[in-house]
Design a protein around this ligand. Sequence first.
Ligand SMILES: [Ca+2]
Ligand SMILES: [Ca+2]
Length: 281
Amino acid sequence: MPSSVRHITPKPLSSGAGSFLVVIAVWIVAGLLLPLNVAAQTPVSNVSIEERVSIEERKTAEDGHTMANSRIVIDDFESYEEGALPTKWRAQRDGRLVPLTESFFDDRERFDVRRERGNGFTRAFADGEAVHINMDNGTDFNWDTSSHPVLAWDWRAVRLPEGSREDQEKLNDSGAGVYIVFSIDGVLIKRPKIIKYVYSASLPVETVVTYGKLKVIVAASALDGSGSWQRVERDVVEDYRKVFGEDAPKRPLRLRLWADSDNTNTVAIADFDNILLLPAR
Ligand SMILES: [Ca+2]
Ligand SMILES: [Ca+2]
């Protein structure tokens, strides 16, 4: 800024010459500042609206691309203290999900978080009971089967319900289950379409058992052993087409981890970890 501007001394407004000098000073200062303002805005105003839209579109496309190509961790059970309840998940009451609290559990049914060699996981325990924890798609996690058709998880059958068989209603218990509610159809009578992946005590892997719109798919079997961790990856879009004969909904409604031993009145203990959504293979 030229030094002449700084040295202007305002005079009382009552003086005609003073008023004139003030007007001149304001005019000079405004004239000098205006280019500074314009300069300060230049980086923004030089980018046209079209260019800005194009930058935003590119950014969004890149984000979408990254999302579509990366795995989504629903829960790896690392964020909880040992012995805590896995509270990212919720209990179901009257069909709705509500916060998971101790009031849902007792000495015959429980889900809690354990640690082994530093790794956190959740353990389901059911003594003559059925127990589950749930997440709703869109609220608790975000699942689009068109970008992420594969649901993966690790599980370990510590104790499977003795004598259970998913293909006989009276013996229908599964020591471990991963259950997806895809849709609920019907106005008066609600009919959910469900796939329940189970760790069966008795049936071979890939067995499918139908209970109306509930399809049970054996994803692991005690026939192949139990007691150690197993990784399961299921293309649910492919499985859905196989069991329902149609395209899977893009947005399943609910995900559930499950253990039951109520029909055989025995004990089931199962561990779950690394619940993931994977992009198309
Ligand atoms: Ca873990
Ligand atoms: Ca049962």
